[in-house]
Design a protein around this ligand. Sequence first.
Ligand code: FMN
Length: 370
Amino acid sequence: MDYFYESLIRPIVFKLFRDAEKAHDQSLSALKLLSRFRPAVSLMEHFNMKNGHLPPQRPIEVFGLKFPNVVGLAAGFDKQARVWPALGALGFGHVEIGTVTQQPQPGNEKPRVFRYPQKEAVVNSFGFPNDGADVVAERISKLAWRGKGKRDFVLGINIGKSKVCPLDKAVEDYLASFKKLAPLADYMVVNISSPNTPNLRELHNHEQLYTLLSELQHENRAYAQKTGGKALPLLLKIAPDLTFPQIDAVLEVVSDTKISGLIATNTTVTRPADMPGVVTKGGLSGAPLFEKALDIVRYIVRATDYKLPVIGSGGICSVEDVDRYLAVGASLVQIYSGMIYRGPFFASEIAKAYAWNQTDIPHAGQEWGR
Ligand SMILES: Cc1cc2nc3c(=O)[nH]c(=O)nc-3n(C[C@H](O)[C@H](O)[C@H](O)COP(=O)(O)O)c2cc1C
């Protein structure tokens, strides 16, 4: 299937849609149609992808959630929660919606996505275009048949800072999005690592990060108490451009605020020496990011003695790449750029490869920092 996609479909799609954002919009339209047609989604799940899911009695348990397989869709593909049911049907064990911001915003100027097929890389400078937390929450709620407890994949929601909100008001902005969206999610992600919102990455600083995460955890626990449920797993998505001492500082905050884990990593602002013509604005993802993101995952897992769950994200283009993330101690992985180059069935290919040997996957525990 992948050979068919890479040799036949991909060249046509890339030629027809030289503008990578248009190609993305087209695939969203197709998936949107599918998402609305419940029997088609169910049929697809049943006939096509189910064999990549683990038996329900033997899932992967991370952050107290049960994941049907190791592979998730990274944030940025379904920014606006338009197609997530169909993405679940494509075989993803978890799907992360977003990044969603409190305020609706158009994002940065176009063109803002560029493909580099020879390097299997992508550069984007989207800047979180989305309809805002209210509208996105309504959209998710409308798909009630895919509500909490009714889906066989895990749904994450990734939130970021609205562009118009000054950095010193970021906490209120994130809190407003959290309140709207957390009731609809299985886990929440705090994105402070996009390079496309001015100054956002400054939130990695110890003091600002501590305030942000402790306020969100406070709200998280208060909501759980009010509803008699459990606090949601809260994850932080970090940048690949941090130094190890900067990562140590982040880990201290993670421990102090007792959030559930990290997603490592987002896109990089650095450019490889062998890609001289690449656009300088925006974040680079895909194959050239792989070793950098892997190094960071390895560092975090060792620094936390395998006890802090980490989702590895960056440059996964093959099952072997997944092997390497799991070997350094990632609990789960996420893909995005790899799907552009390997096609829509890449997730199910990965899931199937791991469906029969899950016991070999090292899992990070839940004890670190407690
Ligand atoms: C076009 C594009 C848009 C993205 N948008 C977001 C986003 O809105 N929020 C986010 O947290 N990450 C976003 N990302 C980063 C991905 O979620 C992922 O962490 C990163 O691309 C590394 O994985 P990959 O190499 O498999 O693509 C985006 C990536 C791409 C390629």
